[in-house]
Design a protein around this ligand. Sequence first.
Ligand code: 6PG
Length: 248
Amino acid sequence: MRRIHISATADDLSVDAAQEFVRVTADAVKLRSRCYVALAGGSTPRGLYRALANTQPLRTQVPWSRIEFFWSDERHVPPDDPESNYRMASETMLAAAPVPPTQIHRVRAENPDAVIVGRQYEEEILTDVAHDGGMPRFDLMLLGLGTDGHTASLFPGTTALAERRRLCVDTWVERLKTHRITMTLPLINAARAVMFVVSGADKASIARDVLQADSTAADRPAQLVQPDGELLWMLDDEAARWINRPVS
Ligand code: 6PG
């Protein structure tokens, strides 16, 4: 079930996405007492993370003590590196939120061997995310959208995008000349809810291609995110400027 929500401004988008975050996590905790969330990286989620940790009533409504935080992808850098997705989420949200440190599962990306980093994270997911012997299921998978259609670190033409067995892998991204660690499509699509948060005029073209193309394509990896559960696309007006408005 795919739903598209369009917010007037980037700030409205942060609050609207934060309200969806509260809804999904509170429902998960009500049903299963715990909640597993994979955070998105990049810059777009900054406003969302700040809204969750710093504005009321959102801060009070988030079931912080019951959430296990993971990352849908990470750069191959130490946790204190300005490029680190862990550092971004810590600075904007986790450092200010009442989350037990044992519930923050960062990617150990300081290890120079990216293959080991990927395998360690896969192990941590298998150990710490509830699964009934099948695929571990995140309650909420947060994702962004790159202008080339990538999401997490699933870039067009990479082996990570083609991976259908592993939950998390290392991947070389030629365009960036760097390794990344990323959750794979099987794990992402097993999530009970996936929420894309997309902001800004530079994403308008790719957002239209991803959301309105009549066929999916491997050169638009975000289109391959098709969870059995809830698929929510949260955009601001600028990113949604070329999308036919959903009939409300
Ligand atoms: C990352 C993200 C990546 C990001 C998109 C959009 O590690 O960079 O996981 O998939 O979500 O590239 O990035 P922005 O939000 O910075 O536009």
